[in-house]
Design a protein around this ligand. Structure first.
Ligand code: ADP
Ligand code: MG
Length: 403
């Protein structure tokens, strides 16, 4: 069942309670808070502008950091309201409380098109507890609830899920809609060949994703630390590489499953290995691996090697749909970034539908300046993985069904 979108609603004069993801990275300087990356705020602008243009009174709520249920000014959203005001080129009001008489009074004075940001909902322990009374207090502030906080949609909190049950209409915002269109819609019946690139730090984080995609993908390209748990399963020496010893049997199971289903499950042919994890390290190639010769003893595999890069690039070039989650090496350090960079370039050059899901993978693609060259970069880490796994996100489930 698809959910109501903010585009389906008549909004003029309505008090709209909008949940966004404003959990931005900040830096303290002389008691002044600076937002170091405002991507998340910018991602919410289409919905805020849509609501304003339609004549709604926009009441924005969000969480920021982990204040653990107490009002701690270290986690105030006030600097975000100032930043939002600059981005909108319009005044943005700020309410020092997110429920009760203070916001109610400010809202009573709002005109159509005005924007008010409520203080951090996590100043109340009831938020994360999804307390019903607190959800009702939030709901009392608006007539329509709109959820655009995709990155928080996998959590059933009062402002992301509970509140939706206490308003007549609960709809998804434009960002939420876009996330669902790519991570759910496009992947439901993907154009083939469908190539999945999986990397990152742990197999255990991605098991659900691997199993779900095994039903749909034609080819998996495996990289990152998770590759070495598969190496262990195949008896390829792993040296000091990161291996999840308790997941080796599971890795064997996955390899069997791929074989049984006729899904191509490609592992690195070669790797870069190093004795030192540092920005000045000079890694060397392992050469082609086999059960006789893998990662050298005392060395750690930190990236895919040149043969693997060229094989994977070829696979990506032939794909019609590409989903990428997890960097294929320790891309944060320049000497180990070439695999991830090459994959990013191949994905960017592809004419396929290209979707990047996962916090670090998106960071990598953007760091290489290729964010605009892919079809879609998800804004949610955990939420995007859960959606790909086919899980129902509480923040989506709670919204009003489209009839
Ligand atoms: P995402 O956030 O995209 O889902 P993950 O969180 O699973 O990705 O993994 C990202 C991390 O994996 C990165 O910090 C990266 O340094 C690390 N990583 C990738 N390859 C390796 C490797 N060979 N050894 C150790 N860590 C790795
Ligand atoms: Mg991550």
């Amino acid at each position: 069942m698809s959910k109501l979108s903010v585009r389906d609603l008549s909004l003029a004069g309505k008090r709209v309670l909008l949940r966004v993801d404003f959990n931005v990275p900040t830096e303290e300087n002389d008691g002044h808070t600076r937002i170091t990356d405002d991507t998340r705020i910018k991602e919410s602008l289409p919905t805020i502008n849509h609501l304003r243009a339609a004549g709604a009174k926009v009441i924005v709520m969000a969480h920021f950091g982990r204040p653990k249920g107490t009002a701690n000014l270290k986690y105030t959203l006030r600097p975000v309201s100032e930043h939002l005001s600059k981005l909108l080129n319009a005044p943005v009001g700020f309410s020092t409380e997110c429920v009760g008489e203070i916001p109610a009074g400010l809202i009573a004075g709002m005109h159509d098109g005005d924007v008010l940001l409520l203080e951090n909902v996590r100043f109340h322990g009831e938020e994360e507890a999804n307390d019903e009374g607190f959800a009702k207090e939030l709901a009392a502030l608006g007539e329509i609830y709109v959820n655009d906080a995709f990155g928080a949609a996998h959590r059933a909190h009062a402002s992301t899920a509970g509140v939706a049950h206490h308003v007549p209409t609960a709809a998804m915002g434009l960002l939420m809609e876009k996330e669902l269109r790519y991570l759910q819609g496009e992947l439901k019946a993907p154009a083939r060949p469908f190539v999945v690139i999986l990397g990152g730090s742990k197999v255990s984080d991605k098991i659900g994703v691997i199993k779900a995609l095994m039903e749909k993908a034609d080819t998996f390209l495996i990289g990152g630390a998770m590759a070495y748990t598969f190496f262990r399963a195949l008896g390829i020496p792993t040296g000091k590489s990161r291996v999840e010893a308790d997941k080796v049997d599971l890795a064997k199971e996955i390899l069997e499953l791929a074989k049984a289903k006729g899904v191509r499950f490609l592992l690195p042919l070669d790797n870069l290995e190093t004795q030192e994890i540092s920005a000045t390290a000079q890694p060397r190639s392992t050469g082609l691996v086999s059960p006789e010769k893998g990662v050298s003893e005392g060395w750690e595999a930190v990236d895919i090697g040149p043969e693997t890069i060229s094989l994977y690039r070829q696979e990506i070039a032939g794909a019609k749909t590409v989903l990428w989650n997890g960097p294929v090496g320790i891309f944060e350090l320049a000497p180990f970034a070439s695999g991830t960079r090459s994959i990013a370039e191949a994905v960017a050059a592809s004419s396929a539908v290209t979707i990047i899901g996962g916090g670090d993978s998106v960071t990598a693609v953007k760091q290489f300046g290729l964010g605009e060259k892919v079809s879609f970069c998800s804004t949610g880490g955990g939420a995007s993985l859960e959606l790909i796994e086919g899980k129902v996100l509480p923040g989506v489930a709670a919204l009003t069904d489209k009839v």
